[in-house]
Design a protein around this ligand. Structure first.
Ligand SMILES: *[C@@H]1O[C@H](CO)[C@@H](O)[C@H](O)[C@H]1NC(C)=O
Ligand SMILES: CC(=O)N[C@H]1CO[C@H](CO)[C@@H](O)[C@@H]1O
Length: 294
C-alpha cells in the first residue's frame, strides 16, 4: 500500500489484488480504457451497463483532489465494446508519486485492456492553434522525465515490460489516422490538429520565458499530465491514442494582458464535451475493430 507523497513503488501483488478485487465486483472485461482529463469527466455519460466505483472504495487506489475531477472508475459498454473510464486522474502537482499517478494503467493491463485513450486539457503553444481545437497527440516531450521524475525509474518488473522500452512510436499511428477520419466524418475536421504535447509538473502555468522555450523546443501544447500514463501504457504493450483539448493559448508575449485560469480550462471542456464524446465513442468501436482484424 502507498501513502501520499511517498516515492515507493507498488509491488506486483498490489496491482494483482486491486485487479482481482475489481474483477470480483464487475463482470465487464474492458478492452479499451479512457482516461478523462480536466472537465472531461462527462465522457463516461454515454456508457451502457454502467457500474461505478469510487476511488476511495477501491483497494490501493489513490484518491483525486482537484476540482472538476470526480474520482471514479466507470465500467460499461459503448456500442458493445466493453470499456472502463477513469473520471479524474492523479497529477504530480498534487503530491502523488509517479507510481501512484500511473497505478490505474497497470490495473487496466492486468484486466485485459488493449487500447488506452487519454484526454487532457492543454495550453496551445503553436501560434496556429485556437482555443477549442482538439489536438491529436503525435508525440510528447517528457520534461519531468529529463530531470529524473520518470514513472519507470526504479527496479523494472519484466512482467509488465522491458527495462529500456522504445518510446518513438508511443502514439499509435493507425489510431491517429482513424481519429482524423472520424473527426472529419463528424464535421470537426476544421478544428482537429496534430502536434507534440509537452508535460510540465505544474502547478503554476508557464512563465512567458518558459513558454517561449517550449515553443523553440518544438512543443505545440503544454499540460500537467498524460505523459506518465502514456509511458507506462507503452511499456506494458498497450496501444495509445491521445486527444488534448486546447483550453487556452499560452502567452508568448510580454505585452499581452491575457491571464489563464483553471475555471477557463473547465469552461472550454464543457463547450467541446459533445464533440469529444462523439469522437471518443466512435474511436472506441474503431479501436476494437482494428484489433479484431489484426
Ligand atoms: C475474489 O473472489 C474470490 C472468490 O470469491 C475470493 O476468494 C477472493 O478473496 C476475492 N479477491 C478479492 C481481492 O476480493
Ligand atoms: C487532466 C489534466 O491533466 N489536465 C491538465 C492539462 O493541462 C492543463 C493546462 O496546463 C492543466 O491545467 C490541467 O490540469
Amino acid at each position: 500500500m502507498h501513502t501520499k507523497g511517498d516515492s515507493c513503488c507498488c509491488s506486483f501483488e498490489d496491482y494483482k489484488l486491486t485487479t482481482e478485487w475489481l474483477m470480483n465486483q464487475t463482470s465487464i472485461r474492458p478492452k479499451v480504457a479512457v482516461i478523462c482529463g480536466s472537465g472531461l469527466g462527462l465522457l463516461a455519460d454515454g456508457v451502457s451497463h454502467k457500474q461505478t466505483f469510487r476511488y476511495q472504495d477501491i483497494p490501493n487506489f489513490p484518491v483525486s483532489t482537484v476540482p472538476g475531477h470526480e474520482g471514479c472508475l466507470v465500467f460499461g459498454t459503448i456500442q458493445n465494446t466493453p470499456c472502463v473510464f477513469m473520471q479524474g486522474r492523479f497529477h504530480l502537482y498534487e503530491g502523488y508519486s509517479l507510481c501512484q499517478v500511473t497505478f490505474p494503467v497497470r490495473i487496466f493491463k492486468l484486466m485485459g485492456v488493449e487500447s488506452v485513450l487519454v484526454t487532457n486539457a492543454s495550453g496551445g503553444i503553436c501560434p496556429d492553434f485556437k482555443v477549442g481545437d482538439i489536438m491529436l497527440i503525435k508525440d510528447h516531450i517528457n520534461l519531468p522525465g529529463f530531470a529524473g521524475q520518470h514513472p519507470l525509474c526504479g527496479p523494472n518488473d519484466e512482467r509488465f515490460g522491458i527495462r529500456f522500452p522504445c518510446m518513438s512510436d508511443a502514439y499509435s499511428k493507425e489510431l491517429r489516422a482513424v481519429a482524423m477520419d472520424v473527426g472529419s466524418d463528424l464535421g470537426c475536421g476544421g478544428f482537429i490538429r496534430e502536434g507534440v504535447y509537452c508535460m510540465v509538473s505544474g502547478p503554476n502555468f508557464e512563465t512567458v520565458a518558459e513558454a517561449r522555450m517550449l515553443h523553440i523546443l518544438g512543443c505545440d501544447s503544454v499540460g500537467m499530465s498524460t505523459v506518465p500514463e502514456v509511458t507506462v501504457a507503452k511499456h506494458c504493450g498497450l496501444r495509445v491514442v491521445g486527444l488534448s483539448l486546447i483550453t487556452n493559448k499560452v502567452c508568448l508575449d510580454y505585452s499581452s494582458e491575457e491571464k489563464v485560469n483553471h475555471e477557463e480550462v473547465l469552461e472550454i471542456g464543457k463547450m467541446r464535451a459533445g464533440v469529444l464524446q462523439k469522437l471518443v465513442t466512435t474511436l472506441i468501436s474503431h479501436c476494437q475493430q482494428s484489433i479484431n482484424t489484426h
